[in-house]
Design a protein around this ligand. Structure first.
Ligand code: F6R
Length: 605
């Protein structure tokens, strides 16, 4: 993961580097650093912890250089401390890196045998040493090319040079890298968001490419060291994302934004007058699609799981789903009439991007469902369906999950009508049901005060279980993921019917068990599974949309969300679980927007 920034300007750059690093903190937040060139010396400042710490260091001891690079780290090689924080500098160069150098141990051994000493445990420092070595006989551009040839793995790099004090070199293999343009100032950044306050004119490096920038010019080179031109994109200037408003943190803002984001997404994709869905240009004729293959990681994978139920229910299509980190290493049989759909909020997740590359190599048609439309995954797919959720800053995904669900549902519906798997009446009714969602989500959010009370019951818990059946099973998985990542409380998500095959052994007096039980065809079965848990002492938190109180005794808490079409119930049932995880974490004083050990965009394998 990690985030990198580089600025070449005609004025001091450290304040803008700090501001950009704050935006990049979603990519890593265990240490931070920057280096500027001041009076032909590399001025490096680093800290463990957050960018705020780095800002304090700069406040006491400013950096005045007009050219500089910065970094926020998510540790891969070596503990998150000040020595391992980037940049990694020699007398001659300073390097920031996002990615993993897979052959760093080998390279390090060779270099140590030649007498080089390493200060850190990072993989990045080999880059510093190699570039410094090559600079003895070559110019910066050639030194970097020579270095890149020796590296295996993934990287986005930013490098400054003591004796070539007007340039920054950037290079990309695997990890994303953007270039921004402004008057007498040019930039390098892990994404356009980091550069947004300075420019909306952006180019993206492709794999193997390199750029060299000064305050007035940017040159690009391909992997063969040939000069190339890159397209300049104008990045949309959407809502004011860096503002939490009256909310305590981004996560609560994003949870409460869900009625609005879902409304926006529905407006983009549905035509309520014509009662139709605005999705065209399928990369494969819908009638000729053989199978849908859905791929994602974490929460995005959970949205694929929910969608599997929808595609199976609404269409005659076969559906496969896979976790991207598994998909990329399996011995798969690719089929040109399958549509491979990649779901990712960030569009930068390394495993998902690698799975997409494999599909591209096998020349099959690909679609991405992403939030960040300028992302690598979006740019590399044949077809992009944005979720229009607006930037999601909290590390735990909330509004993007609901956005992914909506787009997947809409896609399933459109495929169903185009393939004549459902009739026009059902299609229209389904679109009508979708329109009711924003209001239903708003009403679900009103359950917050009840959920706050519920959260108290989790403070002394040793663990917890989330149970559901049918399309509530992935909701259970998502609820468990939210609780563990935010509050660090162990949580298991299980299909309720599977409990008796092992996990029932975990149930003991007082263990919190969250049962997700909409009034669907599984309802009675889920009630029986709940009884089995009650009989063994489990403390039940029952979340349903059923008005009837079929189970009333031995239920510790009962929450009722509004009733919508059964297929759409996962969207509403997820919300209490988001709020539960949020309030447990708040009571435990956890860092809500930046849970420990995590990062928003997982750009390493
Ligand atoms: C959990 C969470 C992660 C992400 C996963 C994939 O709250 O946010 O599990 O869903 O890392 O990220 P994207 O969707 O950016 O590919």
């Amino acid at each position: 993961m990690c985030g990198i920034i580089g600025i070449a300007s005609n004025k001091p750059v450290s304040i803008n580097i700090i501001n950009s690093l704050k935006k990049l903190e979603y990519r890593g937040y265990d240490s931070a650093g920057l280096a500027t060139l001041d009076n032909n010396l590399i001025d490096e400042k680093k800290c463990s912890g957050r960018v705020d710490e780095l800002e304090k260091i700069l406040f006491k001891n400013p950096s005045n250089g007009n050219i500089g690079i910065g970094h926020v780290r998510w540790a891969t090689h070596g503990a998150p401390n000040i020595i391992n924080a980037h940049p990694h500098s020699s007398e001659e160069v300073s390097v920031v890196h996002n990615g993993i150098i897979e052959n760093s141990d080998e390279l390090k051994k060779d270099l140590e045998a030649q007498g080089f000493k390493f200060k850190s445990q990072t993989d990045t420092e080999v880059i510093t040493v190699l570039v410094t070595q090559f600079l003895k006989n070559s110019k910066p551009l050639i030194s970097v090319f020579k270095t890149l040839k020796k590296l295996k793995g993934s990287f986005a790099l930013g490098i400054i040079f003591k004796n070539f004090s007007n340039i920054i070199i950037g290079a990309r293999r695997g990890s994303p890298l953007a270039v921004g343009y402004s008057k007498e100032e040019n930039y390098l950044g892990s994404d356009s968001y980091a550069l947004k306050s300075m420019t909306n004119k952006i180019s993206y490096l492709d794999d193997g490419e390199l750029c060299i920038l000064d305050k007035d010019n940017v040159e690009f080179y391909d992997v063969n060291q040939k000069k190339i031109n890159k397209k300049i994109h104008t990045v949309s200037d959407d809502e004011n994302i860096s503002d939490k408003g009256d909310y305590k943190n981004f996560m609560s803002k994003e949870i409460f934004e869900q009625p609005a984001t879902i409304k926006k997404c529905l407006n983009e994709y549905t035509d309520s007058l014509k009662k139709d869905i605005n999705i065209y240009n399928f990369p494969i004729d819908p009638k000729k699609v053989n199978k849908i293959v859905l791929i994602g990681c974490g929460t995005a994978y959970h949205s694929c799981l929910v969608a599997k139920y929808w595609f199976e229910e609404l269409t005659s299509l076969d559906v496969d789903i896979d976790i991207a980190s598994e998909f990329r290493y399996r011995n798969l049989k690719f089929n040109s009439s399958n549509l491979y759909i990649f779901v990712s909020q960030s569009g930068e997740t390394a495993d998902t991007a690698a799975a997409l590359d494999i599909c591209k190599k096998n020349k099959v048609k690909t679609c991405s469902i992403v939030n960040v439309v300028e992302s690598t995954i979006a740019r590399n797919c044949d077809w992009v369906l944005p979720i229009h959720a607006g930037p999601e800053i909290g590390v735990a995904s909330t509004k993007a999950f609901l956005g992914q669900l909506i787009v997947l549902y809409i896609l399933a519906l459109k495929l169903a009508i185009t393939r004549e798997d459902i009739d026009k009446k059902d299609y229209n009714n389904n679109i009508k049901s979708l329109q009711k969602l924003p209001e239903a989500i708003k009403n679900t959010l009103k359950l917050e005060s009840e959920i706050q009370l519920m959260a108290k019951e989790f403070l002394d818990a040793k663990g917890s279980m989330f149970l559901g059946r049918g399309n509530s099973f992935p909701v259970a998985l998502e609820g468990a993921l939210k609780l563990k990542e935010l509050s660090y409380l162990h949580a298991e998500g299980y299909p309720a019917g599977e409990m008796k095959h092992g996990p029932l052994a975990l149930i003991e007096e007082g263990l919190p068990v969250i049962v997700i039980a909409p009034n669907d065809r599984y309802y009675e079965k889920t009630l029986s599974n709940t009884q089995e848990v009650i009989a063994r002492g489990g403390k039940i938190f029952f979340i349903t949309d059923n008005k009837k109180r079929l189970l009333s005794t031995n239920i510790r808490f009962r929450l009722r969300v509004p009733r919508v079409d059964n297929l759409l119930s996962p969207l509403l049932l997820t919300i209490p679980l988001q709020l539960l995880a949020y309030h447990v974490a708040l009571l435990k004083n956890c860092d809500i927007d930046k849970p420990r050990n995590l990062a928003k965009s997982v750009t390493v394998e």
